[in-house]
Design a protein around this ligand. Structure first.
Ligand SMILES: [Zn+2]
Length: 303
């Protein structure tokens, strides 16, 4: 991927120039053919990688720029994460269907509802996660998470019948339609457990919520461990396209920025006496970062 400043990228996002700037959008004719007829609330970035094309769907800021990725292999599609809003999940499915290939499976990266709430829209397709992530989703449902979210976004944007993934995903190598994929399971970073998917031959790593791209981060479970996971990935390398759980796809340099953000958050949180203090410090240090709403979660740590 061509190096381009992330500010330029953000400014260009949504316009045709983003395609030229980062060289990762398919020809216009294909894009037109691929778009559902109605205006979408989300936007899509396409990244051709030889035989594989990665399509990233990014929800609006009101839905925290949460992403779904569609990995298009020669004959199939693999979807990673199923969105928060039902409208967004429907757009991901409609877009996937417009590509004219069957969805082999939907992989849910972790148990936060912004990544799985829309799984019901993929009924009829195998939806998988690790066993611990599936258990986390079930626990959320059992403890009234759905009702809580109806209060936040209204009944029409929350699944009437939530779909819990089958907990069959494990660390290891998968070959799907001739494309090698590696699943890594990371514990106690942004969430209690998260699957990371790597396409070694395409230089792509699907980091989901281990990386927030030009957006504020969720406070997470264990930030020190989260930093060491990111440092390990940076040392390992082998990828040039990083797919974030929130925001635009990024290049390798974004790992360094993420480590800086988390270390700063950790330092501030260690001496702060209120969530507001942490939020003020983060917004001052990282001006222009999107999704400020996610910072409200710092309130959970200062109750
Ligand atoms: Zn998330």
């Amino acid at each position: 991927m061509t190096t381009v400043s992330r500010r330029t990228l953000l400014k260009a996002a949504g316009s045709a120039s983003v395609a030229a700037a980062i060289g990762m959008v398919a020809p216009a004719a294909r894009l037109r053919a691929a778009q559902p007829a109605l205006p979408m609330i989300g936007r899509i970035v396409q990244m051709p990688k030889g035989d594989v094309t990665v399509h990233t769907y990014i929800a609006p800021a009101a839905s925290f720029l949460v992403t779904s990725h569609i990995i298009e292999t020669p004959n199939q599609l693999v979807v990673v994460d199923a969105q928060f809003l039902q409208t967004a999940a429907r757009e991901v499915r409609a877009y996937a269907e417009s590509l004219g290939k069957p969805i082999d499976r939907v992989i849910v990266s972790h148990a936060h509802p912004d990544h799985w709430s829309g799984t019901n829209i993929f009924e009829g397709v195998p939806v998988v996660s690790t066993a611990a992530v599936a258990a986390g989703i079930q626990a959320d449902i059992d403890s009234g998470g759905i009702q809580q979210r109806i209060g936040l976004v209204g009944e029409s944007e929350v699944p009437a019948t939530p779909l819990v993934p089958e907990g069959s995903l494990e660390a290891g190598t998968l070959t799907i339609d001739g494309v090698n994929m590696e699943v890594q399971v990371v514990a106690n970073a942004e969430s209690p457990e998260q699957a990371v998917l790597r396409l070694p031959d395409q230089g792509v790593i699907v980091l989901q919520d281990l990386l927030y791209s030009d957006s504020h981060f969720f406070p997470g479970v264990d930030r020190a461990n989260w930093v060491s996971v990111l440092e390990g990935l940076r040392t390992e390398g082998g990828f040039d396209t990083l797919l974030a759980g929130h925001g635009l796809p990024a290049s390798g340099g974004e790992l360094t920025q993420a480590i800086k953000y988390l270390n700063f958050a950790n330092e501030v949180a260690a001496s702060a006496t209120s969530a507001d203090e942490v939020i003020a410090a983060l917004t001052a240090e990282f001006p222009g970062y999107d999704v400020e709403g996610i910072l409200q979660f710092w309130g959970l740590f200062f109750q």
